[in-house]
Design a protein around this ligand. Structure first.
Ligand code: PLP
Length: 392
């Protein structure tokens, strides 16, 4: 029998599956598993968005849409970007609406790189970036700069060369919570001009910073011809299950991504796109709801910091953005995967091993604080008990 695709076979199995399977087995056995693993807001989608989507179904918006996404939504998003960054982008040329930001990432990477092209990935970082690079047999170069500020410039400069075709970063960062400074973004900007590479900026957590201001590389718009901005509604509007995101970029790159979308999915779900228009229609009401959600994320972050500080031998950086913390557990256990599996089996707390997030991740674990106050207190208490019982 003939083999399956080589490209497909070289895709690594999702590292989280084993952990999720074990958590599900424990839950079937009646154990109460505390999930500090998932990266999604604990809130429900705002009512205005739900109602708008329901209305649009009743109105008959149930057919294929343009493969770029509905014009009204593209127009509303682009208007905001043009105002905010003083740009002159076109809703007809510079944006594609996708089923989730994840698909935008996938289509962008596959539209930019070919086999053997080098991709500089600022790590630790969201696991998904590796899959399309591996699929196309590109070469991911992990640049471990998202935990330590001190050697950002030195490490980045030494990892970039003429072969670099694309640089990917996510700020605020999943899993470390680091928010890139204007100076760091300027360095990325300057290198992309000097070495002629594309930049993929995943700004999905741009709305959620704590004490630090979020800067977009779009403020340096003279590199727009080699820039792709990824964003979406999943995290900000608690819409993870709706599958709606977008990418903003130069016309030729967006056109290539549209071809992917046409071939793979035609378009994002029609009434999800219409429902998302509520974000712009009810901007004032929703902005105040988002402000409240952000206040809760901030309280959760402060709570996690307080609780983790009570555990000896755990060190962590206070996250400046997003809803994750990435403590260093290496003084207790060097193998983060072992730590996570043992913790789940012993105390029914599910977190994510740092090793999944690339270079610089091992010896750490990711804890999501997008959950209830009770879960945070109970979950971290159980982690504390686990360490005391197993490691001291
Ligand atoms: N980018 C980052 C950095 C993420 O952490 C996630 C989700 O966890 C996404 C993109 C995907 O978002 P979406 O639900 O819109 O596909």
């Amino acid at each position: 029998m003939k083999q399956l695709s080589k490209n497909a076979m070289q895709l690594p199995e999702s590292g989280t599956i084993k952990i999720l399977d074990l958590a599900k087995t424990l839950e079937r056995e009646g154990k109460k598993v505390i999930h500090l693993d998932v990266g999604e807001p604990q809130f429900d989608t705002p009512e205005e968005i739900k109602q708008e989507a329901v209305r649009s179904i009743i109105d008959g918006n149930t057919k294929y849409t343009s493969s770029r996404g509905i014009f009204e939504l593209r127009e509303a998003i682009i208007r905001n970007y043009n105002q905010q960054y003083n740009l002159d982008l076109s809703p007809a040329k510079n944006i594609i609406i996708t089923p989730g930001a994840k698909f935008a990432v996938y289509a962008a990477i596959l539209s930019i790189i070919s086999k053997e092209d080098h991709v500089a990935l600022l790590t630790p970082s969201w696991v998904t970036y590796w899959a399309p690079i591996t699929f196309i047999s590109g070469k991911a170069i992990d640049v471990n700069v998202m935990l330590n500020e001190d050697d950002f410039e030195e490490k980045l400069k030494s990892s970039i060369n003429r072969k670099t075709k694309l640089l990917i970063y996510n700020s605020p960062n999943n899993p470390t919570g680091k928010v890139l400074t204007k100076k760091e973004l300027k360095l990325i900007h300057d290198l992309s001009v000097d070495y002629d590479f594309f930049v993929l900026a995943d700004e999905i957590y741009g709305f959620l910073t704590y004490n630090q201001k979020f800067y977009s590389i779009l403020e340096m718009s003279d590199i727009f011809d080699r820039l792709i901005i990824i964003n979406g509604f999943s995290k900000k509007y608690a819409m993870t299950g709706w599958r709606i995101g977008y990418a903003i970029g130069p016309e030729n790159l967006i056109n290539a991504m549209v071809k992917f979308q046409q071939a793979a999915t035609t378009c994002p779900t029609s009434f999800v796109q219409y429902g998302t228009l509520a974000v712009f229609k009810y901007n004032d009401i929703l902005s105040s709801k988002i402000t409240k959600m952000k206040e809760i994320f901030k309280k959760n972050r402060d709570l996690v910091i307080d609780e983790l500080s009570k555990i000896p031998n755990i060190r962590f950086k206070v996250p400046d953005g997003a809803f994750y913390i990435f403590p260093d557990i290496s003084m207790i256990e060097k193998n983060s995967y072992d730590f996570v599996m043992k913790l789940l089996k012993a105390k029914y707390v599910s977190i994510t091993p740092g090793v999944f997030f690339g270079d610089g991740g091992e010896g750490h674990v990711r804890i999501s604080f997008a959950t209830s106050k009770e879960n945070i207190i109970e979950g971290i208490n159980r982690i504390k008990e686990f360490i005391k019982e197993l490691y001291s």
